[in-house]
Write a protein that binds this ligand. Sequence first.
Ligand SMILES: [Zn+2]
Length: 108
Amino acid sequence: MAIALRTLDDGAWISVDDSRRVSVSDVWTLSRGVFCECEPAYVLLEGFFGTGVDGSVVVADAVGQCLECGTRDSIDRLPVGRIVDGEFKPYGPEAVQSTLEVGADRQT
Ligand SMILES: [Zn+2]
């Protein structure tokens, strides 16, 4: 199961198997203060600077800005989708809340 993951266009897209699948410029809902003090935080992504696979979950390192409080920071390992039977299934930006708890757990 080899999935080719890349960032393209100066971090505007994550490419999965040579097709553009995940775009910045979406607002992602991040829960539990993983990004800033807002719960949830509505974070406008500005760019991806890395991507990878964590188990079957495709994660991305990104820079974003909270629409509420203005915090601008990087997000490590934001889950953007998963690999199911060798196919990429993107998470919708609004569906990320529960999955992001993977990252939140590392803070405890
Ligand atoms: Zn905020």
